[in-house]
Write a protein that binds this ligand. Structure first.
Ligand code: ADP
Ligand code: MG
Length: 240
């Protein structure tokens, strides 16, 4: 589903990604972990061209998104993204947040988009909040709306950048539960997370980044039981 070949990204003189090569299969759930500043967010943002790679190639499905001829807006329709700080539209209700893009970008009718929106809000346990404004929701509820909003575009892939890092501890679980049930539907997912328990339980593979390099790429049971590199060993000692 996603193929990344020798991906480099620099900001001026700072080389943040130093040649990442990996693939993510359809239906696979990949946890991206590593120290702060290792390039995890930049890596994720390259996958939907929120950052333009300096070098290397990326395919989503059979489309090379790094091809100059590719329509970036089209690519983003197929790749949902959920951020640490939700980024909901504050002046729109929950349901309007979820129906906005399907109506504007996909040309769905309001009735169609609302029917689908309510169905998705049910999935994340928030149909009773459809007419609330985001400011009246808890962090965990906001993040579940953000997930429903991304799903409303029927993406092929979902990217999550530390979706629970801004949440109070008691709200982390409700968001992880939604992500877990999404994983069980067969959605292809890449998740930057510091939730090692979640990565171990839900991910099919762990990508460990350090210093802009993909240092390990292994199933969680291998990675957590016997990380091969010193860098991963040291990271895990601090985390666990
Ligand atoms: P992580 O998500 O693993 O913490 P990031 O991908 O956010 O790491 O950042 C990796 C490095 O790239 C950091 O040193 C960060 O300061 C730098 N960086 C990220 N985005 C930009 C940007 N837009 N301009 C300049 N430097 C950036
Ligand atoms: Mg980050």
């Amino acid at each position: 589903m996603i193929k990344v070949e020798d991906l480099h990204k620099s900001f001026g003189k700072l080389e943040v990604l130093k040649g990442i090569t990996t693939t993510i299969k359809q239906g696979e759930v990949v946890a991206v972990i590593g120290p702060s500043g290792s390039g995890k967010s930049t890596f994720l943002r390259c996958l939907n061209l929120l950052e333009e790679p300096t070098r290397g190639r990326i395919w989503i499905g059979d489309q090379e998104i790094t091809d100059k001829k590719t329509n970036i807006m089209k690519v983003r329709q197929h790749v949902g993204m959920v951020f640490q700080h939700f980024h909901l539209f504050p002046h729109m209700t929950v349901l309007e947040n979820v129906t906005y893009a399907p109506i504007k970008v996909k040309g769905m009718t309001k009735a169609e988009a609302e029917a689908k929106g309510i169905e998705l809000l049910k999935k994340v346990g928030l149909e009773q909040k459809a007419n609330e404004y985001p400011s009246r929701l808890s962090g965990g509820q906001k993040q579940r709306v953000a997930i429903a909003r991304a799903l409303a575009m029927s993406p092929d892939v979902m990217l999550f950048d530390e979706p629970t890092s801004a949440l109070d501890p008691e709200m982390v679980k409700e968001v992880l539960e939604v992500m877990k049930s999404l994983a069980h539907t067969g959605m292809t997912m890449a998740i930057v997370t510091h939730e090692m328990g979640f990565a171990r339980e839900v991910a099919d593979r762990v990508l460990f980044l350090d210093g802009g390099q993909l240092v390990e790429d292994a199933p969680p049971h291998e990675f957590f039981a016997s990380p091969k590199s010193k860098r991963a060993q040291e990271f895990l000692e601090k985390m666990l």
